[in-house]
Design a protein around this ligand. Structure first.
Ligand code: PLP
Length: 391
């Protein structure tokens, strides 16, 4: 038996922090415990029926059994352009300003590889979505992070990044509504971002994975709604959350034509786009009246409200999230995010994601996923109350 270790590049990939959490939760379940799993980020609702039906029809069409066009179907790019026009008032050229992705994670991970040379500097939020670091490692980029602080509503303060780092930086990632904090962007912040990017020649990548999930009647902003945004960056969008299509693997990137071309060119060499039937069903999703999305938002809003009131009733005060399906919860005195998460799993059979898994800036918090229904939030908080951590 030959033994293969994987390349040096593969060995530099970051450890999957949350693989350990999954293992711990499964070990706990194996003991017979009734675990309330608030640690995950996987949408729990099914894909709307009309999309599944569109897919069923699409799979039976012989033309969908052939190779896709390399850069995805024109219909899907046109549907994505129309969607951005309708939802955000943003005009896009389907061929030059849209790249079809097999899930937005692919775009986010491959972009540094498509755009940067080894050693180029990339700026990432801390806390942030851990998969960004896979792209940094594959591109052999130089990683610098910037802090998202609660006192700034988890928006970066660009003046905190030192001048040398700003000078070197080629790309900067943002994500609002934010995973893990639930924070949302403001028009002023996005304008500041465009100015900062122009002044310092830094490409902006806005991860809009939770673009559809805004609370209290406030629709999250697309970065591309900001004047000048297309000059400096792109936004990645996914059907995973908006239509509960996480397993289907489809999304797209929109914006700056050079960045889109770099993604498309790299993808010409890596993929033959997404299964054509998935693309056809995605067109149906994007073209629909979005009433299923409205229903889904109502559900997430109710869950957020249910969880917030259950948590507040035991003295556990949440960060007031404006979007995404997460609650960002403080760790009580005397614990780290890891030791608190361990305690909740061990003593209350409640799984949460420790903030440290999202970077040093996540210390002091745990992330709660709002992906189950009542009465489980009340039950989780009842169990946690018995630990007398917030009395
Ligand atoms: N970005 C963020 C912040 C996420 O939380 C996720 C998934 O959980 C993604 C991107 C990736 O989504 P997908 O690859 O399914 O489009």
């Amino acid at each position: 038996m030959l033994h293969f270790e994987g390349s040096k590049l593969l060995q530099q990939l970051p450890q999957q922090f949350f693989a350990d959490l999954v293992k711990r939760v499964n070990d706990k379940i194996a003991t017979g415990a009734d675990v309330i799993n608030l640690g995950q980020g996987n949408p729990d609702q099914p894909t709307p029926d009309f999309i599944v039906k569109a897919m069923q029809e699409a799979t039976s069409k012989p033309q969908n059994h052939k190779y896709s066009q390399f850069r995805g179907s024109y219909e899907l790019k046109q549907a994505a352009a129309n969607f951005y026009q309708r939802q955000y008032g943003v005009s896009l050229d389907p061929e030059r300003e849209i790249a079809i992705l097999g899930g937005s994670k692919i775009g986010l991970v491959e972009l540094p590889f498509a755009l940067l040379n080894p050693g180029d500097t990339i700026l990432m939020p801390d806390p942030g979505y851990p998969d960004y670091f896979s792209g940094v490692a594959l591109a052999q980029s130089n990683l610098e992070t910037f802090k998202l602080r609660e006192k700034n509503r988890f928006l970066p303060d660009y003046s905190e990044i030192d001048d040398q780092t700003v000078k070197k930086a080629k790309l900067l990632y943002l994500n609002y509504p934010n995973n893990p904090t639930g924070a949302v962007a403001t028009p002023e912040f996005f304008s500041k971002t465009v100015k900062f990017a122009k002044q310092n020649k830094i490409g902006i990548v806005h991860d809009f994975a939770y673009g559809a999930i805004g609370f209290d009647g406030k629709k999250p902003l697309s970065f591309l709604q900001t004047p000048g945004a297309k000059d400096v960056g792109i936004e990645t969008y996914t059907l995973s959350k908006t239509y509960n299509m996480a397993g289907w693997r489809v999304g797209f990137a929109v914006g700056n034509a050079d960045m889109i071309e770099a993604i498309n060119l790299l993808q010409d060499h890596l993929f033959v786009s997404v299964f054509p039937a998935v693309q056809e069903a995605s067109v149906a999703a994007l073209k629909s009246d979005q009433s299923t999305v409205d229903d889904l938002m109502e559900l997430y809003q109710k869950r957020r409200d249910d969880f917030f009131s259950a948590a507040r009733s035991i003295g556990w005060e949440p960060y007031p999230s404006g979007g995404s399906f997460y609650a960002w919860m403080p760790v009580p005195q005397g614990y780290t995010s890891q030791s608190f998460a361990d305690l909740l799993l061990d003593k209350a059979a409640v799984a949460v994601a420790p903030g440290i898994g999202f970077g040093k800036g996540g210390e002091g918090y745990v992330r709660v996923g709002l992906l189950i229904d009542e009465p489980r939030y009340s039950e989780a908080c009842r169990r946690i109350a018995q630990l007398h951590l917030f009395d």
